[in-house]
Write a protein that binds this ligand. Structure first.
Ligand code: ASP
Length: 455
């Protein structure tokens, strides 16, 4: 049995919903469907989830929210009318939003999650009702009914392991099941959402819970590109990629598939395919436990993300001081900062983190390092982008690093930092933010096409 998830653009209007249901109904193995909230219908459109966030902001600040609420109802009214459906569901939408606003006004973070979850919840109800009316037995299942029990931290739900037993029972239904993505329910009976883009996570949880043979993740591209299409014109699509490679790429900017969605899948090795709702015949990209390596697919993808900050510390004879790094990291712990990389030399260490981790507390962190660690030199650099070259094949093929550094040198890009973990699955290069796009272009062209971009 397959679990199929459809992203926001796939369910943004009646025409898209019909496409989705055609895909769903023509394959009897597609039994469980996860849907997002209606996404953008055009480039300048606003996602329903973002409209719901605006509604929340008005309601919580005691500003008249009726207009915003109507705007949201209208999004669904457009779909309902075009599908020629009964308008009753629009009253349910109105009442549900009012109910949450009145019940949860004193609990802002609970209200936020409840309102924001409505985008997927209404859409799932609507799509299930419509498919049923077309003569295909279909049932809406709420996350609570499905057994998606989660931790109680607003906006950051995590599945409770005990949920999987109940989720397995979804196998017993004979109808097609439509489940809203993006949220679960806590043991205190609050709606709790996953991080943004979290419908992928719901799909992964359900796929694992029912032991699906395949998790199909439908979106608006025909797979995962080898590099950012905003930088490379028509990049090639990856045919197969492992869970570990995908995790590394999505960490540094590949946003087609939520990185938290990989966790439930890799344990039970459930394969994922990223497919295009608008071109379902395209093969898509498979995310698997293992893949065959050949000379052409040593590197699976190249990504680059900006917004990193690095703190550089120098301490003469650092390598002989027991406990020095522990003291430094203790300061990070005191400020609840998580870091991403920590390249080091014999007398120096650099700590790389997302810039938002240290925003507004920078001078206090630096002061504390100075005070507790007796360092010789301390500096901070905000101008850091991270280029990640990812590929399982790198630990079997000699010479990949040389290719990459050659391409970067020919393009006159200075490498501030180089790091490769023991798993040899990725190579990380710290470069100047202004070199980010150039670095992707030069490594992509050289590694995939042997073309050197000289500067
Ligand atoms: N609708 C939610 C969002 O926009 C979740 C999702 O679409 O995956 O983040």
């Amino acid at each position: 049995m397959k679990v199929a998830k459809f992203g926001g653009s796939s369910v943004s209007n009646a025409k898209q919903i019909k496409k989705v249901l055609k895909i769903v109904n023509e394959d009897p193995e597609r039994k469980i469907i996860i849907v997002s909230a209606p996404g953008k219908r055009s480039k300048d459109d606003i996602k329903t989830t973002d409209l719901l966030i605006r509604l929340y902001e008005k309601a919580i600040n005691n500003i008249d929210y009726q207009h915003k609420k109507q705007e949201i109802i209208q999004r669904y009214a457009d779909i309902v009318d075009e599908l020629d459906m009964d308008r009753d569901i629009l009253d349910t939408i109105d009442h549900t939003l009012e109910h949450y606003i009145h019940e949860l006004k004193d609990k802002p973070s609970r209200l936020y999650d409840a309102i924001v979850s409505c985008g997927e919840d209404f859409n799932a109800q609507l799509i299930a009702t419509y498919n049923n009316s077309q003569g295909i037995p279909t049932r809406y299942i709420s996350p609570k009914e499905a057994g998606i029990w989660v931790t109680d931290l607003p906006k950051q739900a995590q599945i409770l392991d005990s949920s999987y037993e109940q989720i397995y029972k979804l196998n017993d239904y004979k109808e097609k099941l439509i489940i809203p993505g993006f949220f679960g329910v806590s043991k205190h009976n609050f709606i709790v959402t996953f991080p943004r883009g979290g419908s992928d996570i719901t799909g992964a949880i359900i796929a694992r819970g029912v032991r699906a043979s395949l998790y199909e993740n439908f979106t608006d591209v025909s797979g995962i590109y080898k590099a950012n299409p905003n930088i490379i014109k028509d990049p090639e699509i990856i045919e197969e990629i492992t869970y570990r490679e995908m995790r590394e790429l999505s960490y540094a900017g590949f946003s087609v598939f939520h990185d938290e969605a990989l966790q439930p899948l890799h344990k039970d090795r459930i394969p994922v395919v990223i497919k295009n709702t608008n071109r379902p015949e395209d093969k898509g990209t498979y995310i698997l436990h293992d893949r065959e390596i050949n000379s052409k697919n040593v590197i699976s993808g190249i990504s680059c993300d900006k917004d990193f900050t690095v703190i550089n510390i120098k301490k003469y004879l650092m390598n002989r001081q027991v406990g020095f790094t522990r003291k430094v990291l203790g300061v990070f712990e005191d400020y609840n900062i998580s870091f991403d990389h920590m390249p080091s030399g014999i007398d120096n260490i650099s700590i790389v983190m997302r810039s938002n981790q240290i925003k507004n507390i920078e001078s206090r962190v630096l002061n504390d390092i100075q005070k507790h660690c007796d360092v010789d030199e301390l500096s901070i650099d905000h101008d850091l982008a991270i280029l990640m070259i990812v590929g399982e094949g790198m630990n079997r093929v000699v010479g990949t690093a040389s290719k990459i550094t050659h391409a970067l040198a020919e393009s006159n890009i200075n490498l501030k930092m180089i790091n490769q973990g023991a798993s040899e699955i990725s190579m990380m290069f710290g470069i100047k933010v202004e070199d980010a796009e150039k670095a992707v272009r030069s490594t992509y062209e050289f590694c995939y096409h042997g073309v050197c971009i000289k500067e």
